[in-house]
Design a protein. Structure first.
Lengths: 118, 93
């Protein structure tokens, strides 16, 4: 039983480490700020989530696990808040997301014809 | 096993700092700073387990709260140029 728990926690910690590194590589290699936010959120969700789960399995049922869960809850609540504030500040500053195909013009035209029909 | 996690977090920290130095806009630097804070908290937790003293988690929790407030304060400063800006005099967003 303890071996199974150890194995599970090792797998979780290795997965967490993997996602942390993947998120950081994305942070460096993504082309613009919105896609970099997307990469950084991998660290905040999957990386931290798996690491905390692995450490909680290692710590067993104790006060340490409770603290780890508080840490996880903190990340779950603050991550979206920070990302939202950052994206809002970017848009306010006039930084537009880099789009492969800008379909906003098509939609505006479609809405115009729709309005004319009714 | 915790050593592997600590090494991965250190590598990620180096990459995040690289983005903070390279970052063309101020928002890239803020994002990188927030990521550095997150990774520092995880490094604290992992290092606590590595040395058999998980009491470091308390420091991690405190640092998490500071990280949120710090990021939001920097964003507010660069949006309004003033930390004492009142919310009800918001420009249309």
């Amino acid at each position: 039983m303890t071996f199974a728990l150890d194995l599970a926690s090792w797998v979780c910690i290795l997965l967490g480490s993997f996602f942390v590194v993947v998120g950081a590589v994305g942070l460096v290699r993504m082309p613009e700020v919105f896609t970099r936010m997307h990469a950084a959120s991998v660290i905040d969700t999957l990386g931290v989530g798996f690491l905390v789960l692995g450490m909680a399995l290692q710590a067993g049922l104790s006060l340490i696990t409770l603290k780890l869960l508080f840490l996880l809850a903190l990340f779950v609540f603050t991550g979206p808040v920070v990302t939202h504030a950052l994206a809002q500040a970017c848009l306010q500053d006039g930084i537009a997301p880099m789009l492969d195909a800008d379909r906003r013009a098509d939609r505006a035209a479609a809405e115009q014809t729709e309005g004319r029909r009714s | 096993m915790f050593a592997v996690a600590a090494a991965a977090i250190l590598v990620a920290l180096a990459l995040a700092i690289a983005r903070a130095i390279l970052g063309p806009t101020i928002f890239d630097r803020v994002l990188a700073g927030n990521t550095v804070g997150t990774l520092a908290i995880m490094l604290l937790a992992v290092f606590g387990f590595l040395t058999g003293r998980p009491e470091f988690l308390d420091i991690g929790l405190t640092y998490g709260l500071l990280n949120l407030i710090g990021t939001l304060a920097v964003l507010k400063f660069f949006r309004h140029g003033d930390l004492a800006h009142r919310a009800d005099t918001e420009r249309g967003s």
